[in-house]
Design a protein around this ligand. Sequence first.
Ligand code: GLC
Length: 726
Amino acid sequence: MSSSRIDSLLAEMTLAEKIGQLCQVQPHGRDQEDLVRAGGAGSLINVVGDDAYHYQWLAVEHSRLRIPLLLGRDVIHGFSTVFPIPLGQAASFDPPSVREAAATAARQAAGAGVNWTFSPMLDVVRDPRWGRVAESFGEDPLLASRLGVAMVEGYQGEGVAACAKHFVGYGAAQGGRDYSETAIPPRQLHEVYLPPFEAAVAAGALTVMTGFNDLDGLPMSGHAPLVQGLLKDRWGFDGLVVSDWNSITEMAVHGTAADASECARQSIVAGLDMEMASSSWRHHLEALLERGAVSPQRLDDAVRRVLRVKERLGLFETPYGRSRPAETPATAAFQARQLARRSCVLLENHALLPLGENVGRVAVVGPLADAGHDQLGCWVFDADHGATHSVLAGIRERLGDRRVSFERGLDRCRSDDEHGFQAALDAARSADVVVLCIGEDAGLSGEAHCRAFIELPGAQQRLLDQLAATGVPVVAVVFTGRPLALGAVADKARALLLAWHPGSLGGPAIADLLFGESPSGRLPMTLPRSVGQIPLYYNHKNTGRPPDPDSPRVPSGTPLDPSGFFAAYLDEDHRPQYPFGYGLGYTRFEYADLELTPNVLAPGGTLAASFTLRNVGARAGTEVVQLYVQDLVASVTRPVRELKDFRRVSLEAGESRRIEFELRGEQLAFRGLEGERIVEPGRFRLWLAAHSQTGLSAEFEYAERIADPVGQRDEAPTEEVPAELP
Ligand code: GLC
């Protein structure tokens, strides 16, 4: 679809102006004024506030064609109000709240002149060593799809372009080392890594960013089959595709291009429409066009796409953004506190939480108890640090100063210097309970911040061990940008709350949970026992020799029995410390009376799965009910479980409710032997569950196509779903 405005602009543009539209530049102060006046940039990155408005004014009032700029910024999990890191938001299993947070972030960013955010990150991740797991929605493609769509809707509903990134497979970095090669077989690519991008495109994401990664021999910024072939031609994506930072010229480092000119040629021919940061297009496109190495049609298509995004954002009418009601900080703070509460996952609680208001004295200990910067997490540039509230502040706000003591114990998370231990132990001995805030500082996750080990850094475990030895009960609150191996923490703490990096209002949110609101977060990613188990994820294949899922958990410290001839280890339990979807609250839920109606799912039909959920505890609580399915026999091996739906359900103490999910045939689709998307007839198992290793289950059948009334089919038909390119 092209507008008359775009057609007439294209007709007027010089070649230099066309190439200019495809270049994104990072100014340093006002050093790009002449370039913008000359129409030499279609987008700027990392300018906010007065600089953003100044450059937009130059483009709109003082360039020849007055084409507005796209002003891009990494607004990854909030702008001035910081929400939990995306991995924490994923733990909420709460798309409406994630959408609301994205809308607030967009309003705040737009108020500073930003009209394009490089979010959501849709990379599915199965390796907690990778630093960017913090920016992801975890290991499941459905959860990533639902939350990615929520963010796209939240941002774009406020006039800020979303960016589905990093297309595709970047999260499978070998060894969890950022930028490393990604060797993903086609079936896994289409069933695990592509679905969130397909969902975001279907939801109308205006932009897509290619990843740094070499996918099975082709760097994504030169991957024509997936960028032009699948994303654009097959899925019909008509927005713009931007490279990642220098990812185009890095193809010369990957080794698929000899020089910058060849990088430029490969990337634009592959279907990219804008170059971020590097300048190979500015320097080489004209010559490539002159010698016919790049077609004028491809150039014009790229320019159209850039202009189309600007038109869809309304920038030609309102280049300085929409007039909007002043952002009420209280709204943003309320949303940030609520989403932080819903993102925390209670992993252990041995008759300690919730703490009553009459709890007596509380010793708040640890390097992250009063660490506003670190609790915000990675990818934070525009935070209002004055509006960040720590756990110490949150508990003092609730109990007053008199009953609350504070000792760091360790100056920093990574410190091995135990000089502060004694004061911490003294504070513990004078208290009725210890709230110990430990984990990772913000600098241990994010881009290029990968770890080879996933235990607590520094002397934090030793601090916990000594605090536990005082006999005063310890609540461990763990801040982190990734799944950690928390077995040793669980052994010593009476309660264990996983808070991720919870954002500006993380402190009060954690206090809300410690003093009464029932936690409702669920793990968006498997927590392994040790780094040696990685990769470890719930939707794995069964293998021909699966270990006994119920084999007793081996007591730590005793020699493991030989694992026998199973997919297991001699020296480590084969199961996770905590599985995908797991989380506790302050009450208990029972699942009963599962019914599947009908128990034969006909092609084109729907199957209703219903059960009774009962809150059998003494407190109100929220359960995240998860629907899983397994294809028991198929033409290729299928995962032991796949999440197909989920829902947050809040019940008062003693309340019960009939809950029903609908399942449709196309949700059973997978890629067959020939690479086509199919649904095969046969037996399936369905669970309605509290997490990925439990649940009420029953079998159902996906019927062969009902005999076609106009003619008999002689083979077991499959329901063809439009195929995709390899
Ligand atoms: C970075 C990241 C990408 C980010 C971009 C702009 O290298 O890979 O996610 O949006 O550059 O900062």
